[in-house]
Design a protein around this ligand. Structure first.
Ligand SMILES: [Zn+2]
Ligand SMILES: [Zn+2]
Length: 288
């Protein structure tokens, strides 16, 4: 006999996917498509999704800290600035075509603490409404006079040093920029953690994680559970709660439409185990 408390199949209601890329991201693969991502969201039963294409800069302006640090910022030749007019035109088309979805605008800012003036000017261009979701990300850190991508760091230093350096810079990002609302993929280089280094251990970096989480909670911001990265443990999301963190965002970080909402059931179960629940409605962050 099945257990009486088993929820009926289909009763699970996934949250909004707050981190999706489209053809307007500089690193978009050929199959990237805002419209197909909407179709996938409908098929997966998501109430909505946020299109958070990359805002990455390759040249600095007055007031950007990276200029003062004199770092070479241009780490990929195909990196280019987002075409916001094109992005917003496609967004409008999708909102008309998929009225059953809540389609949020958004942006994923890379290294916002180093590009403060440039990033603030771009966000100001989207006024008066502004993006619905602003993600803060750290994909690269200063190293040997260059803004160095996380995957390159593993060629320059031992794996545990990569994570120590990354989490130290992440604290500078959170403390150094209030432009973003959601901290994306808190341990981004974990995606490239080498097999040869043995299993990744969150506990080995607990003090640094907790310092970042405390700074994030102090600004009343939101922690992302990113389902492209190895899934955070419920224990780590518990550290977020202990730090005073109040809200969690779910993000697939999909660059291909088929990945929208990917692994959300696992992520929701984990976040629930850490003591967070669905917010005031289906479009809200999850809250404690
Ligand atoms: Zn990212
Ligand atoms: Zn992303």
């Amino acid at each position: 006999m099945p257990p009486a408390q088993q929820p009926a199949s289909g009763s699970w209601s996934p949250p909004v996917d707050n981190h999706v890329h489209t053809q307007w991201s500089w690193d978009a693969p050929r199959e990237a498509s805002m419209a197909r991502s909407c179709e996938q969201a409908v098929a997966a039963g998501l109430p909505g999704l946020a299109f958070t294409d990359h805002l990455d800069f390759t040249t600095w302006t007055d007031g950007d800290q990276i200029g003062a640090l004199n770092l070479d910022p241009h780490r990929y030749s195909r990196m280019h600035l987002i075409d916001l007019d094109g992005y917003y035109a496609t967004l409008q088309e999708c909102r008309q075509r998929y009225p059953e979805l809540r389609i949020l605008s958004g942006i994923e800012i890379g290294e916002a603490h180093l590009w403060g003036a440039s990033a603030a000017a771009t966000v100001a261009r989207t006024a008066p409404a502004g993006p619905d979701r602003i993600l803060g990300s750290l994909h690269a850190i200063p190293c040997h006079g260059r803004l160095t991508a996380a995957d390159d760091l593993y060629r320059l230093m031992p794996p545990d040093e990569v994570m120590h350096s990354y989490l130290a810079e992440l604290l500078r990002l959170v403390e150094g920029s209030d432009l973003f609302q959601v901290l994306a993929h808190i341990d981004f280089p974990r995606r490239m953690w080498p097999w040869s280094a043995g299993p990744y251990s969150e506990q080995a970096f607990e003090a640094e994680y907790r310092a970042v989480l405390r700074a994030l909670a102090a600004g009343d911001r939101v922690l992302e559970v990113n389902t492209k990265s190895p899934l955070l443990s419920a224990e780590l999301v518990g550290w977020w709660r202990e730090a005073g963190g109040k809200a969690v965002s779910f993000g697939s970080d999909a660059h291909q439409p088929w990945r929208v909402g990917d692994k959300f059931k696992l992520a929701v179960d984990m976040v629930e185990a850490a003591g967070f629940r669905a917010g005031r409605d289906r479009f809200d962050f999850w809250r404690r």
